[in-house]
Design a protein around this ligand. Structure first.
Ligand SMILES: Cc1cc2nc3c(=O)[nH]c(=O)nc-3n(C[C@H](O)[C@H](O)[C@H](O)COP(=O)(O)O)c2cc1C
Length: 182
């Protein structure tokens, strides 16, 4: 029987939600990234990592990239969770381009990557995150209205609020991929 684990790092709970759904669907173990030792990851055949996107980077993903040599022969999955709309090709391309800066070509060829939409919880943001989002919104507000992308418009509309785009049906393709891989 193959052993699968879902490892996640979630700052405000959006990635955690997807990690729970995926683990439940697969009957996999579920573990927070901070609770697992890099050496223990090797005990699994299917390793799924999920992390929130922060300025393009995947929260805590170095746990996997640093251990890559010892787990390269496993079935590897990464899911990212961000506020941006992942049905928009432009957003996917931007996530992929940030990822390609931290993944070697071998990692890129071996890790199956999926993107899910999380949300943003302004009232709960840390001081630093609040400052960063405030700066971003300030920059967007300087742009002339016709130049705003859909994503930027949504950011302005939702600024300061709680928005949750998490959707259990989004995990379907990933689950199918894991269940039907050869
Ligand atoms: C400082 C900051 C930077 C962020 N950068 C991105 C980003 O580059 N791309 C994106 O899609 N979402 C970005 N987000 C939104 C988070 O990825 C989103 O809130 C996600 O759902 C967080 O998941 P978590 O609560 O599991 O950590 C950012 C949020 C903050 C506070």
């Amino acid at each position: 029987m193959e052993k699968a684990i879902v490892i996640y790092k979630s700052r405000y709970g959006f990635t955690k939600k997807y990690a729970h759904w995926i683990a439940r669907e697969l009957g996999a173990e579920l573990m927070e990234a901070r609770k697992i030792k890099a050496s223990d990851i090797q005990n699994y055949d299917v390793i799924i990592y999920g992390g929130g996107l922060y300025a393009g980077g995947v929260n805590g993903f170095s746990l996997i990239t640093k251990s890559f040599r010892s787990i390269a022969d496993k079935s590897l999955y990464l899911f990212t969770v961000g506020a941006a709309d992942v049905s928009d090709e432009k957003n996917i391309n931007s996530i992929r381009s940030s990822l390609s800066k931290v993944l070697t070509p071998e990692m890129e060829s071996k890790i199956n990557i999926f993107h899910f939409r999380g949300g943003i919880d302004y009232p709960r943001l840390s001081f630093m995150h609040r400052i960063m989002m405030g700066m971003m919104v300030k920059m967007i507000r300087k742009k002339p209205e016709p130049e705003l992308s859909e994503e930027e418009k949504i950011m302005l509309e939702t600024y300061g609020q709680v928005v949750d785009f998490t959707d259990i049906s989004a995990i379907g393709d990933m689950i199918d991929h894991i269940k039907t891989r050869t």
